[in-house]
Ligand binder design. Structure first.
Ligand SMILES: C[S@@+](CC[C@H](N)C(=O)[O-])C[C@H]1O[C@@H](n2cnc3c(N)ncnc32)[C@H](O)[C@@H]1O
Length: 172
């Protein structure tokens, strides 16, 4: 059977990979996880009393999401990359916390008006695109942005300075 030869399978796999990379490049900020030490810093900086609903936009493999789950009443992550979404889902399922929700999709379509805290680790381009939505939808919520600043928002605090800064904003 010529159609099932290894050459055909490899060609199809190569074509699918090109589409896959193109899709991710177009929609996403790419994937790099937040390092463990910085997740610890993020968690230590939380003012636990005030946090009801935490969103992570582009939750990757769910490592930050599941750490936040120890401290928020409800923790919601959204991810556009199906493989990372699936890993996040599994991480949430095996977590001892049952307050984690993982959504597959684009955060630009998610209503964030009930957020108390929004965590992002995206890119300069993504933050530029996102800041109007955050300014319009958030009321009194905190935004934590890992590595990248929002171009027109004034940060309240820089939690960590160095190679990868952590910026904290409050939207009134
Ligand atoms: C730099 S990674 C950070 C992952 C995770 N937040 C962390 O800190 O470990 C950015 C993630 O955002 C996701 N992403 C980018 N654009 C997105 C969009 N429009 N909607 C949902 N997820 C998106 C990417 O697929 C990627 O997993």
């Amino acid at each position: 059977m010529k159609f099932l030869s290894i050459e055909y399978i490899l060609i199809i796999a190569a074509i699918l990979s090109i589409f896959w990379l193109g899709y991710l490049q177009f929609w996403t900020a790419g994937w790099t996880p937040t390092p463990k030490n910085d997740i610890k810093l993020l968690i230590e900086s939380l003012n636990v009393q005030d946090i009801d609903k935490i969103y992570e936009l582009g939750c990757g493999d769910g490592r930050v999401l599941t750490s936040y789950a120890e401290h928020g009443q409800e923790v919601i992550g959204i991810e556009i990359d199906p493989i990372r979404y699936f890993i996040s889902k599994i991480r949430a399922q095996i977590s001892t916390n049952n307050n984690i929700k993982v959504i597959f999709g684009n955060y630009l379509n998610l209503d964030l008006s009930d957020a108390d805290l929004v965590f992002v680790y995206l890119s300069e381009k993504a933050n530029k695109q996102l800041e109007k939505k955050l300014s319009n939808e958030l009321k009194g919520a905190q935004i934590i942005s890992y590595t990248y600043k929002f171009p027109n928002l004034k940060e309240e605090k820089i939690l960590k300075e160095g190679k990868r800064n952590i910026y904290i904003y409050t939207i009134q």
